[in-house]
Design a protein around this ligand. Structure first.
Ligand code: SAM
Length: 265
């Protein structure tokens, strides 16, 4: 992974070179609509405070739990016994991005969503709450972390979530096998080049024209940046939007020539 100062330099470069988050200079009607209706939707949806309340409880939880380090691991801690509040601080997507994922799922209305990397289920809750008709399939390798996610789903009364426990390499293929199609996916675990490209290919094999794939931490390491570049160059990919901490991938063949945007968010 990149050092803090390397990451800070990259972030500064992104802030200086990305297109304005107001849509100036964006000629794609689809992307303009995304900016107007989704990226810049500032409404306070009631579910936001309920889910953020769960996050607050996790951030104050001193319980020690055993954690299997499944993938590239956390940038902050690497022991096998961890404190809940430390995991909550280092692993969960901040509310700005989790709420953006909620708005994406709310606006584009995917019927099936796959999340790789549940952690305590905060982002999963946002994705599931976006639309009661959505079926969210989320995958987590650590048993004790998955148990806390299940508790959160129950407390939030979210019933449209199926949590698959185990390594992604074991849980993703059977999930995809049972699914007709994947309308949306959030890949937020095992941030290494080869596994990321492998998950992308598996998701792509189950994509439709309207599928949206979202990759976390695309600038986290040289390997993740290589994976992101490879995904952008894939012949099926027709549009990407780089928001620095996450990258959005669209495979709609109606977007004729591939376009790649970096937008300030
Ligand atoms: C960054 S956290 C996910 C955060 C969550 N999406 C959120 O925003 O609230 C990544 C999670 O993926 C899990 N994970 C990483 N690699 C994995 C693998 N190969 N198989 C299963 N789980 C894995 C970790 O245990 C960790 O809980």
């Amino acid at each position: 992974m990149f050092s803090r100062s390397q990451l800070a330099k990259k972030y500064l470069h992104y802030r200086l070179t990305a297109l304005s988050g107001r849509g100036h200079g964006v000629h794609s009607p689809f992307v303009f609509d995304f900016i107007e209706q989704v990226l810049n939707d500032k409404k306070r949806y009631p579910i936001y405070s309920l889910i953020e309340n769960q996050r607050r409880k996790l951030l104050a939880d001193d319980t020690r739990i055993p954690v299997e380090d499944m993938g590239a691991g956390s940038a902050v801690i690497k022991t096998s016994e961890r404190v809940v509040k430390q995991i909550a601080r280092s692993s969960l997507k901040p509310k700005k991005y989790a709420q953006l994922l909620f708005r994406i799922a709310r606006y584009y209305k995917p019927k099936t969503i796959i999340e790789l990397g549940t952690s305590f289920g905060i982002t999963s809750a946002y994705l599931a709450a976006a639309n009661p008709a959505v079926k969210l399939l989320t995958c987590e390798g650590s048993k004790s972390i998955a148990a806390i996610a299940r508790r959160n789903f129950a407390e939030l009364e979210l019933e449209n979530i199926h949590l698959a426990e185990g390594d992604f390499s074991q849980t993703l293929p059977p999930l995809l096998h049972t699914l007709w199609q994947v309308d949306m996916a959030f890949v937020d675990g095992n941030h290494r080049k080869e596994p990321t490209l492998d998950y992308f290919q598996q998701l792509l094999d189950h994509s439709t024209a309207s599928s949206i794939f979202i990759f976390d931490d695309i600038h986290w390491s040289a390997g993740m940046e290589e994976a992101w570049e490879t995904i952008k160059q894939h012949p099926s990919v027709t549009l990407t939007i780089d928001l620095f901490f996450i990258g959005l991938v669209f495979v709609n063949p109606d977007f004729k020539s591939p376009q790649h945007f970096s937008i300030r968010f």
